[in-house]
Design a binder for this molecule. Structure first.
Ligand code: SF4
Ligand code: SF4
Length: 113
């Protein structure tokens, strides 16, 4: 999913003109993408002169950090080593379930072709 790097965006509005579904708007002189309406066409990546429309993959480290912080916050509610171990086991199952969902989704996407 695309996202706008506000530090690169100079507010030229070219992406607003080129987005085929009108999913980009301006907030305080910077482009913003309405993810509900974005159809992931990739046009904004190609046409932005500042390279401000960025790819999702760049957010992987940030998302991992958010996950770890979430787990740490939950872990703080458990006092004994036994409780903490049991919690970590459960939370790993949660992320393993996410892997399965994504793997199965990828398989089904292949069937759409
Ligand atoms: S084309 Fe790029 S620099 Fe111009 S408004 Fe869109 S994101 Fe910002
Ligand atoms: S990926 Fe396509 S639909 Fe989504 S914001 Fe960019 S130009 Fe618009």
């Amino acid at each position: 999913m695309p996202w706008i790097d506000k530090n690169r965006c100079d507010g030229c509005e070219i992406c607003i003109e080129e987005c085929p579904v009108g999913a980009i708007f301006m907030i305080e002189g910077k482009a913003e993408i309405d993810m509900e309406n974005c159809i992931r066409c990739g046009t904004c990546h190609k046409i932005c002169p500042q390279n401000a429309s960025r790819h999702d993959s760049e957010k992987i480290p940030e998302e991992i950090e958010e996950n770890i912080n979430w787990v740490k916050n939950l872990l703080a509610h458990y006092e004994t080593e036994k409780e903490r171990e049991a919690f970590l086991k459960r939370i790993k199952k949660h992320f393993q379930k996410e892997i399965k969902v994504n793997e199965k989704t990828l398989e089904k996407i292949e069937d759409l072709l």
